[in-house]
Write a protein that binds this ligand. Structure first.
Ligand code: DPP
Ligand code: ZN
Length: 880
């Protein structure tokens, strides 16, 4: 497999002004006719070099140039390329190929999901549809005609506007779509199926009417309203916050069951994994509803950040993804609780992206090289990329940032550009220099920020000294200092923010401000500080770094109660929990009796008893750091000690706080019964608290809790309460009730694949002994199939990522199980196979014996036969 480097980028030799496609869909094959109106790229000079088109798994049936039929002597056909020699600077190329969507299990290019045809072209799937210049800097105007059997495929869709349609002989029909906006091939889409749609409309800021349609298979038509509402909110928000208006007369979303990603922003025709669009109270949890809202927004926002302005090459992926994740995160923050959204995102980033940054696949937000681009749709490109954009927002302020995005969209509309172009627009619009800041795009690894303080009572000064460093990562031994925005405050003894005046400043600038740490070591001195304050650092998680300040537990409890920044109140609680849990881990390792620091109980009791607090915040603060996070922050993760410590803490909390937890649970569950399901924020918050309370209460094993849990399971009217009750039962020792509940749930929901995914996940995540055997048994369940990515993620993914104590069992059986399935999936669906590998790549985190076992499985995969470039890249880099 070939390594591709950013430094080798060259503009295309030829351009494609127009792309006219005709698809003839049949049950056993599909014919694709492509007419490409091409010309020499003037940027690349005179002369006519060979034209090298991308194409994979295509059967070439005919080829002509300017109406001259080409024979085998006129071109060169290889596995993934078609090379021919143009004789004029402008020409038209016509080709016909045969492809087989009906047997395409990789779900890339044109394929069938159930009974419908659909496409996924990003990043390099279009080359499996026709011979093309399949690269994002080749932008073309597409016209697409689809022809298919009328009865099976009454709905025929592609990008842009519908311009003509008609009937053909033999029960077939056709439709032509025209997309007036030039686009790269990765944004192409086609759908044919027996679909129903919910229709609505949106009036844009310039009073244009846009038709909105969400297409689903008929049985799902009652699960679309939430996505439609989310779409309208997204369209309005992008107008209000970014001044961005939608540009076509129609916007369509199609839900498909078999999909490698969450969703895809094809121009005017977004194709979604059904898990990211279908939601109603009876079948989807509150969290799933919020995910639908976020993904609908994310794909819609791509219409500007991705489609109107796209990427020059795939190394620039974060240009559209980091920016768009930032946009959707801010949208969700505006629609829901800003603090809770931030807490969720940071917990996710620190657990998962930090682990990626510390592992063998670590790469910069803008990678320098790759073997398979599909492997770079990563947490680093997306989530860390979003943090990088957030830091620009923090440094420039909301207004300055908006000036920057206005300039970016205006300057680059219709172009394929780079991360540097984005930064340049920010610099030019604000008159700032972001040269050093750009290291966030080129250096991988998570920076450490060590902070020390000192107080001078006589001089009334307080100093903070920051030392930054960044560990070596593959291919990058030494790092230069980053620009790290540190939002902070200083709390006085009453917990109030002190006015912040740095030495040399004329007056204080509020009680909350952002310092830019730009050097390896840097000290900031505050003046007029009468008594030693307690610093609140990195408020709102203002930079994706690992900050360390030597807080003691009493100080953390103080911050938990008093910090004016909600995020840092949560963060103080997390740090307190981490300290307490690490103490328990040490006790377990030394074979001592486990003793929980009672201060954690006191802190949690205070939270539970304060009825004035936002219940969603209380729920977040009562959630202990996950085993995966405790693993990430360990040098060598002791799987069993981490599990034992955390379970012991949960047990102790459940017992010590039984009464206040029960009071909260009962009050909230009664309210649920009284009101029925309400989709509003306050109700979502109280359901979250109710469910976390229930899970703690069940630790007691008391009959009254079992009864309450069964009442909730049987008596509720929504999936949020039902699934939580089920999860609590599954993790309990009540074997009979557990088995009954699982069976009844599966029987009731057996025809709803998304609900069955949740049923699989709840069991896959259960940390009780015997986890691997349970998962193996579930693989044989009739609702399970390796061909559906959601099922793979729900069962195998949930087991390997969320059930650490079972996956990492000492005999290596969990590793063998995962490797076996990666080998099978490698042949079926390389992207999904490669994704499942992540837990094995983390082998350096574990003890010598587990390291050996994990490496042995990676080696077994490597030796297993012909590997896809996807799997080969991850396995070989992990062993390097
Ligand atoms: N569909 C993926 C996303 O929206 C890739 N563009 O992030
Ligand atoms: Zn995206």
């Amino acid at each position: 497999p070939k390594v591709i480097y950013l430094k080798d980028y060259q503009a295309p030799e030829y351009l494609i002004d127009e792309t006219n496609l005709t698809f003839e869909l049949y049950e056993d094959h599909t014919l694709v006719h492509a007419q490409l109106v091409m010309r020499r790229n003037p940027e690349r000079g005179e002369g006519l070099p060979p034209l090298v088109l991308d194409g994979q798994q295509l059967e070439l049936l005919s080829l002509s140039m300017d109406d001259r039929e080409l024979g085998a002597a006129d071109y060169q056909l290889e596995d993934s390329h078609l090379t021919l020699q143009p004789v004029a600077a402008s020409f038209t190329l016509d080709s016909t190929v045969r492809i087989h969507p009906e047997t395409n299990t990789a779900l890339e290019g044109l394929y069938k999901s159930g009974k419908m045809f659909c496409t996924q072209c990003e990043a390099e799937g279009f080359r499996k549809i026709t011979y093309y210049l399949d690269r994002p800097d080749v932008m073309s105007k597409f016209t697409t005609t689809v022809s298919a059997e009328q009865h099976r495929y009454p709905v025929l869709l592609s990008n842009g506007n519908p311009v003509a349609s008609g009937a053909e002989e033999g029960g077939r029909h056709w439709a032509t779509w025209e997309d007036p906006f030039k686009k790269p091939a990765y944004l192409f889409a086609l759908v044919a199926g027996d679909l129903w749609c919910v229709e609505d409309s949106f009036t844009t800021m310039t009073q244009r009417e846009v038709a909105l349609r969400i297409y689903v298979e008929p049985e799902n038509i009652d699960k679309v309203q939430h996505a439609m509402d989310s779409l309208k909110k997204s369209m309005r928000w992008d107008e209000e916050v970014y001044g961005r208006e939608y540009d076509l007369d129609i916007f369509m979303i199609v839900a498909v069951n078999d999909f490698n990603m969450g969703a895809m922003e094809n121009k005017g025709l977004n194709i979604f994994n059904s898990s990211c669009v279908l939601a109603k109270a009876e079948t989807a949890t509150d969290a799933a509803h919020q995910r639908v809202e976020a993904v609908v927004a994310h794909e819609y926002f791509h219409n500007w950040s991705g489609n109107r302005v796209t990427c020059r090459d795939w190394f620039q992926l974060s240009l559209k993804e980091g920016f768009t994740v930032f946009r959707d995160a801010e949208f969700s923050a505006d629609m829901n609780s800003r603090t809770v959204k931030r807490i969720e995102d940071v917990a996710f980033l620190r657990t998962n992206q930090f682990a990626e940054d510390a592992g063998p696949m670590a790469h910069p937000v803008r990678p320098d090289s790759f073997i398979e681009i599909s492997n770079f749709y990563t947490l680093t490109v997306y989530e860390k990329g979003s943090e990088v954009v957030r830091m620009i927002h923090t440094l420039l302020g909301a207004e300055g940032f908006r000036k920057g995005t206005d300039l970016y969209f205006e300057r680059h509309d219709g172009q394929a550009v780079t991360c540097d172009d984005f930064i340049k627009a920010m610099e030019d619009a604000n008159g700032v220099d972001l040269a050093q800041f750009k290291r966030w795009y080129s250096q991988s690894g998570t920076p450490r920020l060590q902070v020390e303080d000192s107080f001078n009572a006589a001089a009334k000064t307080y100093s903070l000294t920051f030392r930054q460093s960044c560990p070596a990562t593959p291919g990058q031994k030494d790092k230069q200092p980053f620009v790290i925005p540190v939002e902070l405050g200083l709390l006085d003894a009453a917990g109030n923010d002190l006015p912040l005046r740095l030495a040399g400043e004329a007056k204080a600038q509020g009680g909350n401000r952002v310092l830019s740490v730009t050097e390896a070591e840097q000290t900031f001195t505050f003046v007029d500080i009468a008594e030693r304050p307690l610093p609140s650092l990195l408020r709102g998680f203002s930079a994706p770094v690992k900050l360390a300040f030597p807080y003691d537990r009493d100080q953390l409890m103080f911050l938990m109660q008093h910090d004016s920044d909600g995020f840092n109140r949560w963060e103080a609680g997390q740090q307190l929990s981490v300290q307490v849990l690490q103490e328990l881990i040490g006790q377990h390792q030394r074979g001592e009796k486990l003793v929980l620091d009672p201060r954690l109980i006191t802190a949690f009791r205070t939270l539970l008893e304060d009825e004035s607090l936002d219940q969603a915040m209380v729920a977040e603060m009562l959630s202990l750091p996950s085993e995966a996070y405790l693993t990430e922050i360990s040098d060598v993760a002791d799987v069993d000690a981490i599990h034992a410590a955390r379970e012991f803490a949960r047990q102790s909390i459940g017992e010590a706080l039984f009464q206040p937890l029960l009071a909260r649970f009962q009050a909230n569950r009664s309210l649920s019964r009284a009101t029925g399901y309400v989709a509003e924020a306050a109700h979502i918050a109280r359901r979250t608290l109710q469910n976390i309370a229930l899970s703690y209460l069940m630790q007691s094993g008391k009959a009254e809790v079992l009864e309450a849990c069964l009442e909730q399971f049987n008596g509720c009217d929504n999936m949020t309460e039902r699934l939580s009750a089920l999860a609590v039962l599954v993790n309990s020792g009540f074997e009979q009730e557990k088995a009954d509940a699982l069976a009844r749930f599966a029987d009731y929901f057996k025809d709803d694949p998304l609900v069955m995914d949740q049923w699989f996940s709840v069991q896959a995540g259960c940390g009780l002994p015997g986890g691997l055997e349970r998962v193996q048994a579930l693989m044989a369940h009739p609702a399970f199939t390796l061909k559906n990515p959601n099922k793979v993620r729900a069962l195998i993914g949930a087991f390997a990522n969320q059930n650490l104590v079972n996956f990492h069992r000492a005999d290596g059986a969990g590793y063998r199980f995962l490797a076996d399935h990666v080998i099978t999936l490698n042949a079926l669906n390389p992207q999904i196979a490669s994704r499942q590998l992540a837990p094995l790549t983390r082998w350096r985190k574990y003890d010598a014996s587990r390291q050996q076992l994990m490496k042995a499985e990676l080696e077994r995969i490597l030796a297993s036969g012909e590997l896809s470039s996807d799997v080969f890249e991850v396995v070989s880099k992990s062993l390097a």
